[in-house]
Design a protein around this ligand. Sequence first.
Ligand SMILES: Nc1ncnc2c1ncn2[C@@H]1O[C@H](COP(=O)(O)OP(=O)(O)OP(=O)(O)O)[C@@H](O)[C@H]1O
Ligand SMILES: [Mg+2]
Length: 296
Amino acid sequence: MLSPIDIFARSPAEPASWATGFDRSVLTIPRPHGIPTCSPCVPRRWLRVASHRTGDVVSERAGNGLPQLTGSALEAVGHRGSHLQIIASAGAGKTEVVSQRVVDLLAEGVAPEAIVAFTFTARAAEELKNRIVQRVEGRLGKAALDRLNGLFVGTIHAFCFRLLQQRVPRYETYDVLDDNQLTAFLSREANRLELRQLDPGNRLFASIAAFLKAVDVVENELLGTDPLPDPVKSVLHNYYETLDRYRLLTYGQQVVRAVRELERPAFAADIHATLRHLIVDEYQASTRRRNGLSSC
Ligand SMILES: Nc1ncnc2c1ncn2[C@@H]1O[C@H](COP(=O)(O)OP(=O)(O)OP(=O)(O)O)[C@@H](O)[C@H]1O
Ligand SMILES: [Mg+2]
């Protein structure tokens, strides 16, 4: 059975290191002016697509006010039964395709709670949300907006936090630290965490900066603390312990913890029972940590 990874939409700039060993069709929307857009590392099905920006599309708006998709863009909206990766240049219509796909699934009768659409920044999430709302209203009518309860559209972090809070009892009472709050937390806890040993000059903010850099690598690569040398290992260990004691999650930890939970087969099966369509926009912004989440 397929896991509910459904659609990945990304710009072509990044090499698709994650694209191996994955049952996935590839759909490309060609960059205007014929510049090739498909990464050579994606050896999958190749479909020629008409983008609205190539001039191939005559009618831009259908009667319901929705941008009229054609060719492979339309095919991506209606694609069912296997994973699909969309690679297209900036402005080619990726968000449009994934938004219309969400609406298409809803129109088909898929339950809102079976669909999760996420992206990586608050701004991109806001854009995706607005686009989906407009397309739902355009195709299904205003009343349909009241029936979207359970549909998740947002950032990957918000999705992970919701997953943890709703499904893992110990996270019910956790709060999230944003980046500024995290810096304040580190400066407050610096002595207890013995942070200054990470800077040869023993300076507070330089050691915080060095620490945050290390945390980023460790969490993006899902490394865990075991393979690390001291003093980074011991500082990180204390850091996670302290965050847990205060019942706090950082942005990075939200995803790491969700991935960890999803690695438990029973937990993953529980999620897969409801979630049937996972749609990811801006997939090029993804890291190993985030890829780990999508492939669970
Ligand atoms: N077939 C179409 N006909 C008319 N307008 C379209 C079509 N497809 C997309 N558009 C419009 O073109 C604009 C750019 O599309 P969109 O934001 O989906 O591109 P994108 O590939 O996601 O861009 P980015 O790389 O910046 O994320 C949007 O206003 C969208 O509604
Ligand atoms: Mg987009």
